[in-house]
Design a protein around this ligand. Structure first.
Ligand code: PLP
Length: 371
């Protein structure tokens, strides 16, 4: 059944629609190849590499219009490592979470498992819906996901009204950052990883931190709490200020992310990126709403993500469509496994051409009629 051949005339130019790792621009890879002999395989403690870390940090600050006093901090391990870093280095005692998917749940688990922290409050919502934070006395750290990659639900980044003085807000922007709008003054830590909208490879975590968050990290460290060296946020802050990481980073990841940020900044920065993702979102949700067999999984249009679209199928086997697409070089449209729905998931990051999203819908229609 999967040997159906999609005509080349309707196929997207680039067949990568994965939500992470996501499409890497060929132009970025070519730039990397051009510098490879003087950059790859050279010391990360020397100027050549430090200059790229500096370019990456500058690029992020410009792209997100970083307010005065905020700092870009980075280290190895991706977002999953950052959850542990934040558990050891940012939560003072009591956290509150908005959990509405698999990624949010992982941070909750890290905090629940930490013997030195109090039991957190968790506001939950089922897949396809959103949960929200609410002021609660005694909570020193609030945490939410901007875009839940496992379900395609996105929420605005907003401070918790009525929260205790000095309480921090941590925003997981791993997949939302770079596709969805944000005013960084509305959060204390906006953290992401380079393999999503930043169109690079995985392995790093990147955090834009407010002065209050930086102060919290130093305060907790000074309190004498045991913090594993590799997860020490103060070390990450100090190393980042020196344009380096605590241990060896993937140099190509650093370079590709810096290159992508320069490209996005030249296109018009965050405003441009948000508009482009919104354009792709209008294409795919518009198609699904008109389709006789596809519907947006997220029923509330306000919560529908412009970073990652999830589309339910009825009467058509989504897994068979994903397999046939893959056989035709159009990859990674499979849904988040644990969600267990008859669904496709499509990344709408700014790297993806809106015209390719339109072409993808034509390919899905082509297969749905024939499978
Ligand atoms: C991909 C993703 C993560 C995990 O990122 P890693 O770098 O693989 O650890 C966390 N949160 C969200 C919202 C994500 O989309």
């Amino acid at each position: 059944m999967t040997d159906l051949r999609i005509p080349d005339s309707i196929k997207p130019v680039d067949g990568r629609f994965g939500s992470g790792p996501s499409k890497v621009r060929p132009e970025g890879v070519e730039s990397l190849a051009a510098v490879s002999r003087t950059f790859l395989g050279t010391s990360h403690r020397q100027k050549t590499v430090k200059d790229q870390v500096a370019r990456l940090r500058r690029g992020l600050a410009e792209f997100f219009a970083m307010p005065d006093g905020y700092e870009v901090v980075l280290a190895n391990g991706g977002t999953s490592a950052f959850w542990e870093v934040a558990t050891f280095g940012l939560v003072r005692e009591r956290a509150q979470f908005a959990e509405f998917g698999e990624f949010g749940a992982k941070f909750v688990k890290a905090v629940k498992d930490a013997p030195f922290l109090a039991e957190p409050t968790v506001h939950q919502a089922p897949g396809g819906q959103a949960a929200f934070l609410a002021a609660e006395a005694g909570v020193d750290t609030y945490a939410s996901v901007q875009n839940e990659t496992s379900t395609g639900v996105a929420v605005p980044v907003r401070r918790v009204a009525g929260a205790d003085q000095g309480a921090l807000l941590l925003t997981d922007a791993t997949s939302g950052g770079g596709s969805l709008d944000v005013d960084l003054r509305e959060t204390d830590v906006y953290y992401l990883a380079p393999q999503k909208a930043l169109g690079s490879d995985g392995g790093l975590w990147l955090a834009l931190m407010s002065p209050a968050a930086i102060e919290r990290a130093f305060e907790i460290k000074a309190s004498g709490r045991y913090i594993p060296q590799f997860l020490d946020l103060v070390t990450a802050i100090e190393q980042s200020r020196l344009e380096q990481t605590y241990n060896t980073p993937a140099l190509s990841t650093v370079f590709l992310a810096a290159e992508q940020l320069d490209w996005m900044n030249a296109q018009g920065g965050l405003a441009w990126a948000v508009k482009r993702s919104a354009e792709s979102a209008a294409v795919i949700y518009g198609w699904a709403e008109k389709s006789s067999y596809a519907t947006p999984f997220v029923t509330d249009p306000q919560l529908r993500s412009a970073a990652v679209a999830t589309i339910d199928f009825e009467g058509v086997d989504a897994a068979a469509i994903a397999r046939a697409l893959r056989a035709n070089g159009i990859v990674d449209t499979e849904p988040y496994r644990k969600l267990g729905r008859n669904q496709l998931r499509v990344a709408l990051y700014p790297t993806v051409e809106p015209s390719d999203v339109a072409a993808l819908t034509a390919c899905i229609d082509y297969l749905a009629e024939r499978l």
